[in-house]
Design a protein around this ligand. Structure first.
Ligand SMILES: Cc1cc2nc3c(=O)[nH]c(=O)nc-3n(C[C@H](O)[C@H](O)[C@H](O)COP(=O)(O)OP(=O)(O)OC[C@H]3O[C@@H](n4cnc5c(N)ncnc54)[C@H](O)[C@@H]3O)c2cc1C
Length: 349
């Protein structure tokens, strides 16, 4: 499993990448006789017959698994380099390591295109870890985080923190194209042009602009909204129209719910689905009336790492500074915080 939140740091540090991907077999508390891991892709879920079809990666074989309860937590399909695409730790270390080597050794500016949360974090982490690299962040709109339902003060603060960290921020710069060229000494560069006519030379162009789509193609269409998100009920159950709806749950980025897609929300919803399954079991076994946890509407909130600093926004307003970074992410972009929260105990070396 990959610590996705840490990707912007993994993309700039081979050492951190080593830590950010942990194989299930190395998570001691998960080694139990009643837990089975299958590495593969769920290709179909037959809600009526409660059967999932899984395509196994190693063997390339298809297997069917019957289940009593199903929880979908397959998130969003994100393109490289917003998220690593590798399926194994070895591949991941090569994928991320190759990228790291290119960006940390750059002599010409590294251009990050797209000033959403991922682009800001990628630019700021690289500049923080490797101050000698010139990092430029280009965004098509007049404010960073323009697609997020956040007050302007948060967007402005993110921009100021990035600039204070040494990132050159170009607002109102929409990429028109980039062409590979050779420098005088034979190294590979890009000639970059923006629609406003501005041109620059970059050693790397990192596209942090892909629109992520929910990974839900294996589910019945009736469970999904027009964009492919699962129309869960507040109890995380599938919508009532689905056969055996009370045995099917979804949580995390793949659900149609208010709020900015965040790790904290995903973890909480996974917990809710588990508790609600337990309530159903108690009902089935002992006739106890279930007391289901229900998800409330989620107001816009964010915790954004910007180099050595961070900005947060939520019901308590906006906070920013290195202390916010420590509180939300500690030293490792939240790896230990998430690890401890999940009570996985003993962070692996
Ligand atoms: C670069 C980056 C930085 C981020 N930083 C932050 C942050 O600082 N704070 C924060 O709160 N949030 C952050 N987020 C968002 C956060 O990572 C997500 O909200 C969270 O990971 C959602 O969890 P999830 O379990 O729903 O989905 P994911 O974490 O995406 O997990 C889904 C898993 O399902 C697998 N999968 C997909 N389809 C299938 C299938 N058909 N069969 C089997 N497996 C499948 C995927 O490969 C993936 O491993 C960040 C996201 C990115 C990309």
């Amino acid at each position: 499993m990959d610590h996705l939140i840490g990707s912007p740091l993994a993309m700039a540090s081979r050492e951190y990448a080593e830590k950010a991907w942990v194989e299930y077999k190395h998570v001691k508390v998960l080694q139990r006789p009643n837990v089975t891991f299958i590495q593969g892709t769920v290709a179909n879920v037959d809600c009526e017959n409660k059967k999932a079809t899984i395509s196994e990666h190693k063997t390339q074989k298809t297997r069917e698994e019957s289940y009593d309860f199903f929880i979908g937590t397959t998130g969003l399909r994100r393109a490289w380099p917003v998220a690593p695409q590798s399926l194994t730790r070895e591949e991941y270390l090569v994928e991320v390591g190759t990228h790291c080597d290119k960006v940390v050794n750059s002599t010409a500016p590294v251009l990050v295109v797209g000033g959403g949360a991922v682009g800001i974090e990628m630019a700021a982490e690289l500049k923080y870890l490797k101050p000698s690299v010139h990092v430029t962040l280009a965004h098509s709109r007049d404010k960073l985080l323009s697609a997020e339902p956040l007050p302007d003060m948060v967007k402005d603060c993110a921009c100021e923190l990035a600039e204070q960290g040494g990132v050159e921020v170009l607002l109102n710069h929409r990429l028109a194209g980039h062409t590979p060229v050779k420098s005088a000494d034979g190294s590979d560069l890009y000639e970059v042009e923006f629609t406003n006519g501005h041109k620059m030379t970059a050693s790397e162009v990192i596209m942090a602009i892909s629109r992520s789509v929910p990974s839900t193609s294996y589910l019945p269409q009736q469970a999904l909204n027009s964009e492919g998100y699962v129309n869960v009920r507040p109890t995380m159950h599938f919508p009532v129209e689905i056969p055996n709806a009370d045995a099917h749950f979804a949580a995390g980025d793949m659900i149609n719910w208010s709020g900015i897609k965040r790790c904290g929300g995903a973890l909480h919803q996974g917990y809710m689905a588990a508790v609600n399954i337990h309530q159903t079991m108690l009902q089935q076994l002992h006739g106890k009336e279930p007391e289901f946890l229900k998800l409330s509407e989620i107001p816009p909130m964010i915790g954004l790492a910007v180099g050595e600093s961070a900005v947060s926004y939520g019901t308590d307003g906006m906070n920013y500074g290195p202390q916010v970074m420590r509180l939300f992410f500690e030293e490792d972009l939240g790896f230990r915080i998430v690890w401890d929260h999940l009570r996985l105990s003993g962070v692996p070396k």
